[in-house]
Design a protein around this ligand. Structure first.
Ligand SMILES: NC(=O)c1ccc[n+]([C@@H]2O[C@H](COP(=O)([O-])OP(=O)(O)OC[C@H]3O[C@@H](n4cnc5c(N)ncnc54)[C@H](OP(=O)(O)O)[C@@H]3O)[C@@H](O)[C@H]2O)c1
Length: 367
């Protein structure tokens, strides 16, 4: 039977690459969600003829082909009957649709790391109640997921996430003057603007550490980060006996997306015979130059709603940097200040939304 998939964020980097995978595999795309790029959304609708569609921007239903229904929210599309939901709306805006997919008992192919960072335990509780499951799409978490297949959890000593180091690994020395254009030019991956800036500050890796803790239930002190500029080793697991397993492959997100959607099968792809790289290096991250990583560990140790505050402050600060309102180095300054002021609340759905609103308001004042 053809697999029925829903894509949340279909016009973005992960969304369009998911549609490539759907073309490779002949998946039936039954639901699409986009933000404001209506032209591309309508093109996708014409090609894939989904059953339901939603856009954050106003979409005139008369522009849709017969049989395609415009619904009232992303959450409605997320809960539509499907075998898998690809969650690729960035930021906390992606949380409600992820939650709707979980409550509908779906397999969630999770790219939206921010929802797992902010609401991990709460989402798992609802997933257990409703029979939903998560398969990671983020390449590092996909790698760890693949390394853990068939391994008893008590044998795991540590998770080692690789990071390319971003566009500023080797310079310039003064990061306060870098422009959004420079920060968006990631050396290895072609991604959306939010995750590209997060990669330049290394906040992306910090969020991924918190995502890995929530996804794999491994304590923070057993999750490490190593800089690996070639981005060919996507991550590693070290076992108690000292042996390591790594997952390697071309830097192409379509492989991780297809793995999440076809797990445990490995159908062939057009990338199946890429040549091996000649050099693989690993080095320690520079935590003075890139304080974001330490901030994420700090938020993780604080627990409760601190990761929610970290995420919200970062979203506001990244957007302020992209619109030229603050320098690059102020992104982590805003996050650090907010974490120092963060309310100490346990993680509940109410506290999550309260802390998120507080952090966005306070970060807005600071920027
Ligand atoms: N790109 C990667 O290689 C990569 C790798 C690992 C993880 N991720 C994670 O995957 C997620 C998506 O990243 P991306 O790079 O694909 O982002 P992106 O290129 O910026 O795309 C975002 C998508 O979400 C839609 N969107 C944004 N806000 C929305 C809203 N409020 N309601 C409905 N739709 C909305 C956008 O629609 P419009 O464009 O129509 O406005 C677009 O389709 C992020 O959480 C990121 O951290 C990405």
């Amino acid at each position: 039977m053809t697999k029925r998939i829903v894509i949340l964020g279909s016009t973005g980097s992960i969304g369009t690459q998911t549609l490539d995978v759907a073309r490779w595999r002949g998946y039936q795309v039954v639901g699409l969600v986009a933000g404001g790029n209506l032209e591309l959304l309508l093109e996708q609708v014409r090609e894939f003829q989904p059953e339901v569609v939603y856009a954050a921007a106003a979409l005139d239903p008369s522009q849709l082909p017969a049989g395609v229904q415009l619904v009232g929210s992303a959450a409605e599309v997320a809960a539509h009957r499907a075998d898998a939901v690809v969650a690729a709306i960035p930021g906390l805006a992606g949380l409600e649709p992820v939650r709707a997919a979980v409550r509908a008992g779906r397999l969630v192919a999770l790219a939206n790391k921010e929802s797992m960072v902010a609401a991990g335990d709460l989402l798992w509780r609802e997933a257990r109640e409703h029979g939903a499951s998560f398969v990671p799409v983020d390449s590092e978490h996909s790698a760890i997921f693949q390394c853990l297949v068939g391994e008893p959890r008590e044998g795991v000593a540590e998770l080692i996430l690789t990071a390319s180091g971003g566009p500023f690994r080797e310079g310039p020395a003064d990061l306060s003057r870098v422009t959004p254009e420079q920060a968006l030019a990631h050396p290895r991956w072609n991604m959306g603007p939010k995750v590209s800036i997060d990669s330049a500050t290394l906040m992306n890796k910090g969020l991924e550490v918190l995502e890995a803790r929530a996804l794999f239930h491994v304590p923070l002190e057993r999750i490490k980060v190593v800089i690996h500029p070639q981005s060919y080793v996507h991550s590693l697991v070290r076992f108690r006996d000292g042996q390591l397993k790594a997952q390697l492959g071309p830097t192409d997100m379509r492989l991780a997306i297809q793995y999440a959607l076809s797990y445990p099968k490995r159908p062939p792809t057009p990338l199946a015979s890429e040549p091996l790289p000649s050099v693989l290096n690993f080095e320690e991250p520079d935590s003075e130059r890139f304080p974001a990583l330490s901030l994420a560990y700090w938020a993780g140790r604080m627990g409760g709603v601190a990761p929610v505050v970290l995420n919200a402050a970062n979203e506001v600060a990244v957007s302020a940097f992209l619109s030229g309102r603050i320098p690059f180095t102020s992104i982590t300054r805003v996050v650090a200040k907010l974490l120092a002021e963060a309310p100490r609340l346990e993680l509940t759905w109410d506290n999550l939304y309260q802390a998120d609103a507080w952090a966005r308001r306070r970060a807005g004042e600071l920027v």
